[in-house]
Design a protein around this ligand. Structure first.
Ligand code: NAI
Ligand code: MG
Length: 355
């Protein structure tokens, strides 16, 4: 079986962690004789923008369309405004390829200490499913009465029935497939009187098709507090775009930090490629030093394997990460060690090869 991967390493530490990801792909091929990753690398990044005036070529999306998956590092450079690097590369990919699910495991790995020191790996192990295409992050709004004392700006939230139903359905289906017993739903229907009651109603409607999975609505403010106070309550959490964005960064912090956390931008129908990436950015402050934590990138590969149904291999990768973290030597500085990116990744690769 061939899996065709378009790789976009990006800027800063993106290429540094991506190189370690390649070693993991190679190790997986060795481990699983029948599997082969074809990959093409694209230099779509800020350097290219500064030279050519565009983050990706005009037919970039057309080029990516036929790949099975996209592996992304991180983009962003101090010389290029973030709204260009993000809006002209990542967001067009997410939107054009209907990657309407942003999947983020919030899982405390063995060997990592949570800032919630009284919580253990059993307590912090759930998945947040964030809507990735509409909601509060819409392009709709405007300005009124500019340069007067009555200046007013409006940023609309856009919730379509189509967009809401498909993310809620995905969340219930995900919970069912993974054998989970409960779906937690982020809402704020006590204060947002159009969008969130609509969202809640759709949850109630779709839930009728999933009688074995009880759902629980939480107001977003209380939900954020519970992420810290009782993360053990959660198995699968579904949230709108803005709520999910905030919750997942909180979740990443609770699970031990930004150098570890992976994400999948999923097109569940498989009409278009899905994209897997660390949640961290290009980290200009440590770029070029060879000390970036490669775990988030490697865990993103595990998510990709999950997406293609290679559940056991996905497990092998995650177990390899955990056993190296537990051993505790050769960790990168963000985890309190003084090893390099490559030293940490090589241990994980060797562990994967052991199977
Ligand atoms: P950042 O995630 O790049 O860095 C935040 C802090 O975390 C820094 O101190 C950095 O050194 C540290 N850090 C991040 N990843 C790490 C890793 N793997 N190992 C060890 N330490 C790590 O976020 P920041 O500084 O806000 O943004 C820098 C650039 O990245 C900006 O241009 C931003 O727009 C871009 N960015 C891109 C993203 C993407 O490509 N999806 C996501 C977030 C930010
Ligand atoms: Mg965010």
């Amino acid at each position: 079986k061939y899996i065709n991967i378009a790789s976009i390493p990006g800027d800063g530490i993106g290429p540094e962690v991506m190189n370690e990801g390649y070693k993991v792909l190679k190790a997986l091929e060795e481990l699983h004789g029948g599997l082969s990753f074809e990959r093409n690398e694209f230099d779509w990044n800020c350097k290219r923008y500064l030279e050519a005036g565009e983050m990706m070529p005009e037919d970039g999306l057309e080029i990516l369309k036929d790949y099975d998956a996209i592996l992304f590092g991180a983009v962003g450079a101090p010389e290029v405004p973030d709204h260009i690097s993000v809006w002209e590369l990542i967001l067009p990919i997410r939107r054009a390829f209907q990657q309407y699910v942003n999947l983020r495991p919030i899982k405390l790995l063995k060997g990592i200490e949570s800032p919630l020191r009284y919580k253990s790996v059993e307590d912090i192990d759930f998945t947040v499913i964030r809507e990735n295409t509409e909601g509060e992050y819409s392009n709709s709004g405007g300005k009124l009465h500019e340069n007067t004392p009555h200046e007013t700006v409006i940023q609309n939230s856009v919730f379509t029935r189509y967009g809401t139903e498909r993310i809620v359905k995905y969340a219930f289906e995900y919970a069912k497939q993974k054998g989970k017993n409960k779906l937690s739903v982020a809402t704020k229907s006590n204060a947002m009187n159009y969008s969130m009651p609509f969202w809640d109603d759709i949850v109630r409607e779709i839930s009728k098709d999933y009688p074995s999975i009880p759902f629980h609505l939480y107001h977003i403010d209380a939900l954020a507090a519970f992420f810290v106070l009782k993360p053990e309550e959660f198995e699968v959490v579904v949230a709108s775009n803005l709520f999910g964005d905030i919750l997942t960064d909180l979740g990443a912090a609770v699970a031990g930090g930004i150098g570890i956390a992976p994400s999948g931008n999923i097109n569940p129908e498989g009409t278009y490629p899905s994209m897997f990436e660390p949640i961290h950015g290009s980290a200009p402050d440590i770029a070029g030093k060879g000390i970036a934590n490669p775990v988030a990138q490697i865990w993103s590969i595990s998510l990709m394997l999950d997406h293609f149904g290679y559940f056991e291999l996905a497990e092998v990768v995650l177990n390899a990460i955990e056993s190296v973290l537990m051993k505790g030597d050769n960790l990168t500085p963000d985890l309190g060690g003084n090893a390099s990116t490559t030293e940490l990744a090589d241990q994980i690769v060797n562990k994967i090869l052991e199977g």
